[in-house]
Design a protein around this ligand. Structure first.
Ligand code: 13P
Length: 247
């Protein structure tokens, strides 16, 4: 059975003081977790959080990276720098970056490749808008997004994590029903299986208004292997409750 992963995506939240307080509480309650737990934090706090998580079971991640390995790219952050701070995971292709920074499927795939080259795991996000869902395009959209990555990575696809995050469910309090989420996860799983047997075992996380009261039913779906958690990862008691719902 795949071990589930619950990853907090702090997005653009936090401060030195609030990070220390949040992680202090999370660390005090996480020991009984059955799943793997990670936090993906803003770049400036990687060093602080790396120190706070030392000797803990929580792994560290970043929220993005450059598609370039190094060079004259002002403001960009290279995967080697993330590796320097002990990152294990790097989110790529989050819908907020696709929307705010016009990130294309090809760019997202290149970032995933950089992350793998640096020995870390990309968490590749896919998801449809409400308009796309209502137009019956969900399957086509998420497959197009995932195929850009699997075509580039081939057999290496087995080393990624996928996150299905319907855009209409992010930060809205409106969650995909477990059946809606499972349906899309099943489609993603079938594509991953077509890439290879090992790729078929990739973990597929669900993200979008996961909260203590809906986490367990989502995480019990056949092809849901944990969650990518935004808002609820910023409150220790909520994050711990979501973690406790995973196996
Ligand atoms: P919320 O949990 O706040 O809806 O955010 C989901 C998300 O975008 C995680 O990457």
């Amino acid at each position: 059975m795949r071990q589930q992963l619950v990853a907090g995506n702090w997005k653009m939240h936090g401060s030195l003081a609030s990070n220390a307080a949040l992680l202090g509480e999370v660390l005090a309650g996480v020991a009984t977790a059955r799943c793997e737990v990670a936090v993906c934090v803003p770049y400036p706090y990687l060093f602080q959080v790396q120190q706070l998580l030392q000797a803990s079971q929580i792994t560290l991640g970043a929220q993005d990276c450059s598609m370039h390995a190094s060079g004259a790219h002002t403001g960009e952050v290279a995967v080697s720098m993330l590796q320097d701070f002990g990152c294990r995971y790097v989110i790529v292709g989050h819908s907020e970056r696709r929307a705010d920074h016009h990130e294309s499927d090809v760019l997202v795939a290149a970032k995933a490749e950089r992350v793998l080259e640096a020995g870390m795991t990309p968490i590749v996000c896919v998801g449809e808008t409400l308009a796309q869902r209502e137009a019956g395009e969900t399957t086509a959209v998420v497959l197009r997004q995932l195929q850009a990555v699997t075509h580039l990575l081939g057999e290496q696809t087995q080393r990624i994590v996928v996150a299905y995050e319907p855009i209409w469910a992010i930060g809205t309090g409106r969650t995909a029903s477990p059946e809606q989420a499972q349906e899309v996860h099943g489609v993603l799983r079938a594509h991953l299986r077509s890439v290879g047997e090992a790729a078929g075992g990739v973990r597929i996380l669900y993200g979008g208004s996961v909260k203590p009261d809906n986490a367990q039913v989502l995480f019990s779906q056949t092809d849901i292997d944990g969650g990518l958690i935004g808002g609820a990862s910023l409150k220790a008691s909520d994050f711990l409750a979501v973690v406790a719902a995973a196996r």
